[in-house]
Design a protein around this ligand. Structure first.
Ligand SMILES: [Zn+2]
Length: 125
């Protein structure tokens, strides 16, 4: 898949400050914006990468502004965690996790952030 990774993104930094989170990945179109995590560390985490690539696919499938609208509408209706686009991304991200220990799984959990954009935070590290 054709995508870009931007480290120390000002967009992701704002999200990170608002969320008071140590690390954030945020997808806008074909670009993954990172803050608090290096490209190398992000790319090492297959589950996290798969999760964000799923959001890129969703942008491609629905179109840039339409997907932002659909994502926001879904969040308002069912909440961020149950947002179907997050559920789909979470499943994509979990395919890599079957050999991990429960502790490792918990520390690598990727969560939607509660902002009406496909922004995810990660616990641990
Ligand atoms: Zn997500």
């Amino acid at each position: 898949m054709n995508y870009k990774v931007v480290e120390r993104s000002p967009f992701a930094r704002i999200a990170r400050m608002v969320l008071k989170s140590s690390n954030v990945a945020m997808v806008l179109g074909k670009t993954i914006h990172l803050s608090g995590v290096s490209r190398a560390d992000f790319l090492k985490n297959e589950g996290w990468v798969a999760h964000e690539l799923c959001h890129i696919r969703q942008f491609q499938e629905h179109g840039f502004f339409r997907f932002l609208w659909l994502y926001l509408r879904e969040s308002v209706r069912v909440g961020y965690y149950n947002n179907k686009y997050e559920v789909e991304a979470r499943i994509a991200g979990m395919k890599h996790r079957h050999q991990q220990t429960p502790a490792k799984r918990a520390s690598n959990a990727v969560d939607p952030a509660g902002i009406p954009l496909p922004i995810d935070t990660k616990k641990g590290e």
